[in-house]
Ligand binder design. Structure first.
Ligand code: AMP
Ligand code: MG
Length: 491
């Protein structure tokens, strides 16, 4: 009896609209209980925003929910079906190790998915164990929360619990479950799944659902499915430009990892650029550089073309006309990412108005950064602080010329130097989740059960534009090491 009351006290207010889609889109099942749940980290700010009580979440009953041992009242847990192109190859997938426990309706009335990742096997698990290891779940927690603080649309992380069970990856690891919060888990791959099954009614139900959930303003349009395509394209054109501007490399932009809400989703082998080089790849399995930093806009365009293909039967009764509509919608995607990127670069350099030659100013800087292996974030940080001597470019003749051009450019706008500096401060993070810092935090947590390193890192990352003295040490680069940073998919 008391158990139920405590769970309710946590403030769960769940709805289950996804469960009203045609049955082919999901399998109802509960998370598989775990042996010994232990709360490792709880995002109290996010809990409050969701209308959840953090003390209740910390209680045994609260943790039982975060571990999947109990489901809160009102939950209709399910695993979602989807498909996807993985490194260009089409596969039927689905939540193989995740369960959506429901949609939390927050106090202001916003609907968000609450998903347990690492919650056990499902009908879509294929050969996987349905579980997740502590390191990768904490990694997703750290990087997704850092992205949020950077102002980039992303899924969020509410909590990580360990399960008291181990998982076998390359080595034996502590098992863990991440509670992921998302605008939804609708993906390009969800539409590919519906299209591959060839049931247009189901496809239409999915499209109507997506419109209603994410683009209600487009529901009443003349061709609402074309509007859906255009809106998804818009949001991706913004999102990818934001990634490029902070030097984020997603690392596994398979079509099942592209959310229709426009949020960044699925933090596997992602990492941030250190030295500037468009060919940067961190993922150990991305041998061809398909998902390299500089390729992200093109890959997003490719993924959106897969989305458009899936939508074709809804765009027009006449197939050639449907194809024409889709092609037109997609035609200027990379150009739009580029325009958004130009806008962002202007802000990064304190520029308010537009001039034709701005792009060559940006290219000049990036070219020097690449040639001199300059750190991406720290170069912009140094310019923001008015301390060009902090960059490896300083003393270089090309840089002196570029600096003159930049200063001349700034003088050709009405705004003061002080306003430029302010704009630069709010556009250039003083710090990012540096690879060596993330690794250090994960090592302390996983190897020594010391969570203080991670907590301190999360705290400085929560305000990346603050330029506080406390953050200073987090912009120090690691001692240069002989091999480049690698991330692994063994999640
Ligand atoms: P991801 O690389 O995380 O996007 O996952 C790709 C697909 O593999 C999804 O269908 C996942 O649910 C599935 N998957 C990943 N890890 C596991 C696992 N340990 N057990 C079962 N399925 C998994
Ligand atoms: Mg995925």
């Amino acid at each position: 009896m008391t158990e139920k009351i405590e769970i309710r006290d946590a403030g769960w207010n769940l709805d289950n609209s996804y469960a009203s889609l045609p049955e082919s889109f999901f399998s109802k099942l509960k998370p598989t209980p775990v042996r010994l749940p232990k709360l490792i980290i709880l995002n109290e700010h996010l809990a409050a925003a969701l209308g959840l009580n953090h003390s209740a979440l910390r209680s045994n009953d609260g943790v039982a929910v975060l571990a999947g041992n109990e489901v809160p009242e009102g939950a209709v847990p399910l695993a979602q079906a989807y498909a996807g192109h993985q490194f260009g190859h089409f596969t039927m997938l689905g939540d193989g190790r995740a369960v959506l426990i429901g949609e939390q309706i927050t106090p202001p009335g916003v609907r968000v998915d609450i998903q347990l990742k690492g919650s056990g096997r499902t009908p879509y698990s294929r050969r996987g164990d349905g579980r997740a290891a502590l390191g990768p779940m904490l990694r997703e927690y750290i990087i997704s929360e850092a992205m949020h603080a950077l102002g980039i649309p992303t899924t969020r992380s509410l909590a990580v619990v360990t399960t008291g069970e181990s998982v076998i990856r390359e080595t034996e690891q502590p098992g863990a479950i991440l509670t992921r919060v998302a605008a939804s888990h609708l993906r390009v791959g969800t539409f590919q799944y519906a299209a591959a099954r060839g049931n247009t009614q189901d496809l239409q139900a999915l499209a109507d659902y997506t419109l209603h959930r994410h683009y209600p303003e487009a529901e009443g349009g003349v061709n609402r499915y074309l509007s859906l395509l255009q809106e998804v394209i818009n949001r991706q054109a913004e999102l990818i430009a934001r990634w490029q501007l902070v030097g984020f490399v997603h690392g596994v932009m398979n079509t099942d990892n592209m959310a229709l809400s426009g949020e960044t989703i699925d933090y596997g082998p992602c990492a941030f650029l250190d030295t500037y080089n468009p060919e940067t790849v961190f993922s150990s399995i991305d041998l061809q550089g398909r998902y390299a930093y500089g390729n992200q806009p093109r890959i997003a365009a490719w993924n959106l073309a897969r989305f458009a293909e899936a939508l074709l039967p809804l765009l027009h009764d006449n197939e050639p006309q449907a194809v024409k509509l889709a092609e037109d919608a997609l035609s200027d995607f990379t150009e739009r990412v580029h325009r958004n990127w130009l806008t962002g670069m202007r802000a990064k350099l304190g520029i308010f108005n537009e001039e034709q030659q701005d792009e060559s100013l940006f290219d000049g800087l990036l070219g020097m950064m690449q040639k001199n292996r300059a750190d991406y974030t720290n170069t912009f940080r140094a310019l923001t602080l008015g301390r060009p001597e902090d960059t490896v470019l300083f003393g270089n003749e090309d840089f002196a010329k570029w600096n003159e051009l930049w200063e001349a450019r700034l003088s050709r706008q009405e705004e003061s130097q002080a306003s430029s500096r302010l704009l630069m401060r709010s556009s250039n993070p003083a710090l990012i989740p540096r690879n060596h810092r993330v690794e250090e935090a994960l090592e302390a947590a996983v190897e020594r059960e010391d969570y203080s390193v991670m907590e301190r890192l999360l705290s400085v990352l929560s305000n990346p534009y603050a330029y506080t003295p406390e953050q200073e040490e987090y912009s120090i680069l690691p001692e240069s090491c002989s091999s480049p940073y690698r991330t692994f998919c063994g999640t």
